[in-house]
Design a protein around this ligand. Structure first.
Ligand code: UDP
Ligand code: MG
Length: 320
């Protein structure tokens, strides 16, 4: 029996690219069809445009295509998670819908998987057609994340990757909500290898990662894998306490040994505002962690699927 490769494609308002993505993926997978079966799992993350309609049309004529339709926008990482959950393949490939990740690279992934690697990830050598802001922030983000976490999350690496069934089964047991999938995959371990590639421009449409989502994504990544912000908070607390002790000693010495009295207002304001600001900042950091703990304890489902009138092949057994 041929092995099955599942390809998971998260889609949010991707009407401009989805057909082309489907075509490219299909022609790539046709190259390996002698050796592998494949399924294309499109996770529609609450798109407000024609994405779902187009996906339904595609799936009507092609039994390789499966659709997971969310009841609303749950976010990229959750859409990928839903795809992984329902993938049946011996290997699962994650790829963006916008063709920034060249589908042709999947063939190299498969080769390395055949060589015995459990995870094959793509490392961005160059990023074409993205704003300098995105490039600079991403570059710093991955490098700092690497520094402040204990696990070895490879730099300049997105979710574009292949994972073996072994890794996927472990990943499926991880139920945390604020997910940073590329970090979780590194955390899982096993034999992993990176393949360099040049990230292309978006085929069409706009980025679905505005600044707000980028910030949430990076805070999720940091809080999932590091206590560094809490340590900074602690460090700031200790340093200001030490400064405070010095301040007290100096003030007392000045008061009792000289006639000099520090003239009030300016210094008082500086100390008050500085300490007040720092306390709120530290509270904010603690709040980020606390909110995440709260989210975990509520135990809500990670996503809600609305599969009404989707001709999904999700439950059909794969044969041949
Ligand atoms: N995406 C998603 N839900 C979202 C945002 C994005 O499923 O809330 C998908 C999007 O359709 C694409 C992938 O995640 O397939 C990456 O998004 P995008 O290409 O816009 O991000 P960028 O490459 O600009 O970082
Ligand atoms: Mg993109």
């Amino acid at each position: 029996m041929k092995k099955l490769i599942s390809i998971v494609i998260p889609c949010y308002n991707e009407e401009a690219v989805i057909i082309e993505t489907y075509k490219r993926l299909t022609s790539v997978m046709a190259c390996t069809e002698k050796r592998y079966n494949y399924e294309l799992i499109f996770a529609n993350d609450g798109s407000k445009d024609m994405t779902l309609k187009l996906l339904k049309e595609i799936s009507r004529n092609d039994s390789h295509v499966k659709i997971i339709n969310f009841s609303r926008n749950f976010g990229h990482q959750i859409a990928v998670t839903a795809g992984i959950d329902s993938a049946k393949g011996d290997a699962v490939v994650l790829i963006d819908a916008d063709l920034q990740d060249p589908p042709e690279l999947i063939l190299e992934f498969i080769e390395q998987w055949e060589n015995g690697y459990e995870v094959v990830y793509a490392v961005r050598r160059k990023r074409i057609g993205e704003t300098w802001f995105k490039k600079v922030t991403a570059s710093y983000f991955y490098r700092y994340l690497h520094k402040i976490t204990d696990i070895n999350i490879p730099v300049d690496t997105g979710d574009f990757r292949l994972m073996s069934r072994k890794v996927v089964n472990v990943l499926k047991q991880i139920k945390e909500r604020h997910r940073f999938i590329r970090g979780l995959v590194s955390w899982v371990g096993f034999k992993q290898i990176g393949i360099p590639y040049d990230r292309a421009e978006r085929f069409a449409g706009e980025t679905k990662y505005p600044l707000k989502k980028m910030i949430k994504f990076s805070i999720d990544a940091i809080t999932s894998f590091s206590y560094f912000p809490l340590k900074i908070a602690g460090f700031l607390g200790v340093s200001s306490a030490i400064l405070g002790v010095f301040g007290i000693i100096i003030s007392l010495i000045l008061k009792f040994t000289t006639d000099y009295v520090i003239q009030g207002w300016t210094s008082l304001m500086i100390v008050m505002l500085f300490l007040g600001g720092m306390q709120l900042f530290i509270l904010g950091i603690i709040g980020e962690y606390l909110g995440r703990i709260y989210d975990e304890t509520r135990n809500r489902p990670l996503y809600i699927v609305d599969d009404e009138d989707i001709q999904s092949n999700m439950n059909e057994p794969q044969d041949d």
